[in-house]
Ligand binder design. Structure first.
Ligand code: AMP
Length: 329
């Protein structure tokens, strides 16, 4: 067995990924960005804009580039401090793709082919990109590259995180201790924000019609909340099975304000409170975004600095992996 340097993970290191397939929305803010910002002192976090993942389905090159820059700008506007939390564009750190290939050499075709997300997305018809099949292996590379100890994952990414753990353990067992084996950490269930128009499905960037995008103007937000699906029950309470729409609005309000609705009977009041709470959170983000986007070069500089900051760790991991697997360093 080749001698390798043991990956020493002494601190909590967290990786949160965002795909630049669309505009960031309230689910991204409450489920991922706010927890990331809140933990900036407690953990070493990396915010990864996974642009390579945005190319696993038919894509528009200009919009991937535009969303990459916009997401970085929104992250800064929302309070990500790049001094503590590097914002990294995946493709700007070449080690992601190099490690991806090395991990493909310990991954089986069947492991990738049985991923639920692959099955769902490939069932949509049309040509299936090979990168859609191998995407979870690239995600494993994203995680393992930085000696990540914790990955915040929702249910839909559980299987992919398990694969990352499996590949890390398999590689370590076969070729010597190389990777830190990451743990998944669950965001609490209230942070799973549902689509306002279709509250049984998760709010997503490209799905549903009831998204609240972080840069939406106030009148669009007011209209989207006013049209949010409710029910005939007439009670403002949490009951996800029977009142998914009302439950979602109550959860959003609780996440935004830290308190339950003040009025326990009227849906109209609930919607007004939700609209006001969203506005209170988004107004400063919008204003800061406008300032930052006036100078996109400064955002690009933040991204270049982010890549620069994490590259030594990425290079060290790839070097260990190359050594272990039998390549000449
Ligand atoms: P994605 O939008 O799939 O690129 O996900 C970026 C991050 O936002 C991940 O950490 C997701 O778990 C989180 N996220 C995405 N959609 C939601 C949602 N509707 N509710 C809560 N968190 C979400």
């Amino acid at each position: 067995m080749t001698t390798t340097v043991t990956a020493a993970a002494t601190r909590t290191r967290r990786l949160t990924g965002f795909q630049p397939t669309g505009r960031l929305h309230l689910g991204n803010l409450l489920g991922a960005l706010r927890p990331l910002i809140a933990a900036q002192d407690a953990a070493e976090s990396i915010a990864l804009i996974a642009d390579l993942h945005a190319m696993t389905m038919d894509h528009d090159p200009a919009s991937v580039r535009r969303h990459t820059l916009e997401q970085a700008t929104v992250m800064l506007a929302a309070g990500v401090d790049p001094e503590r939390t590097p914002i990294v564009v995946q493709s700007q750190v070449r080690e992601h793709t190099e490690l991806h290939y090395l991990l493909e050499c310990v991954a089986a075709h069947g492991e990738a082919a049985r991923m639920i997300q692959f099955k769902e997305k490939s069932a949509a018809g049309g040509p299936i990109r090979l990168s859609l099949l191998t995407y979870p292996v690239l995600m494993a590379a994203d995680i393992l590259l930085y000696d990540t100890t914790q990955v915040p994952v929702g249910e839909d990414q559980n299987q992919h995180l398990e694969l990352a753990r499996t590949l890390a353990i398999r590689f370590n067992t076969k070729y010597g201790d190389t990777f830190t084996v990451p743990e998944g950490v669950r965001p609490d269930s209230a942070a799973r924000i549902m689509d306002l128009a279709e509250p049984t499905r998760k709010m997503g960037k490209s799905t549903g019609t009831g998204q609240i995008r972080l840069l939406d103007p106030p009148e669009v937000i007011r209209r989207t909340v006013a049209r949010a699906a409710t029910d005939q029950v007439g009670l403002v309470r949490r009951d996800r099975d029977n009142q998914p729409g009302v439950t979602n609005l109550v959860d959003i309000l609780a996440e935004l304000t830290g308190r339950p609705p003040s009025d326990t009977t009227s849906y109209a009041t609930l919607k007004r409170e939700v609209t006001d709470a969203i506005e209170a959170v988004l107004t400063p983000i919008r204003a800061r975004h406008a300032e930052l986007s006036a100078n996109p070069d400064s955002v690009r500089a933040v991204l270049a600095a982010g890549a620069e900051k994490v590259r030594p760790t990425a290079a060290a991991t790839v070097r260990r992996a190359r050594e272990a697997i039998g390549l000449l360093n």
